[in-house]
Design a protein. Sequence first.
Length: 295
Amino acid sequence: MNLTHDDVLDLAAGFVLGALAPEEEAAVRDHLASCPEPHAEIEQLGGVVPYLADLVDPVEPPASLRARILVAAAAERPAPIDATARTPSAATPSAATPAAAPAPSAPAPLPFPTAAERSVRAAAHPPRLGTWAMGIAAVLAVAVLGAWNLQLQGRLSGVEEDLSAATAYQQGVARVLAVATQDGAQVAILTATPDAPTRAAGLAATGTDGTVVISMHDLVPTTGTQVYEAWVIVGDNAPVPLGGFEVGPAGTGVFSGSTALAEPGAILALTLEAAPGATIPNPPVLTVGALGESG
């Protein structure tokens, strides 16, 4: 399989995540070994892989999960057939009424792999982690969203609310990526501080034109005139307000604004304010993240 430069660009994300078919992966490696053009996208995307496992905490399934699954499975089983209803008498069936064919036997259950078998399989397919420098936010955002969606599915309660939250966050991430993939853009991963009441987290991107977009999830919903205020902090300077946004019951929110202070190392932060227009942060600071070049 011979790949062009553009083919490898299209396969870059799958390559760094180890998601390609063996022949595709081999073709990408062959191309990289001989291509005279640089493939910075491999270095950029691969650098985020070692950090994905640390982005979202694992979620323990609820204690009632097994029982709920068994109840749901039982509800899907067909009702048992009443043999007496099919055979009105004990007489031998006549020639006009042929005997029913014997029911096929149920297939034997598939054995679950033993611990030893799973260890052998894992050794045969070791995880492949990149060792390159930090890269752009595109793969990172998709990974964060995917991991968070797994958390939502694991709750098995409030399904409609969870789906609404996932959809809203996905739309916010798309807006962040629209900025993050521009030349000269910077990105930040916002994480909860120890003083935050929830495990709020999100993504942010700034463009060379000063555009700022932040997408957050797991925030406490605002009430009344409350808003979450976004701040930018450069060095030892005082925090500068960027603007506020409300958060609905789903716990997600998206902020769009602009600033001339978006430079590498600048801190983006969120606080909860009683009303829009705050000029000094009201403690505690809930989430923080440092801006860095996206590529």
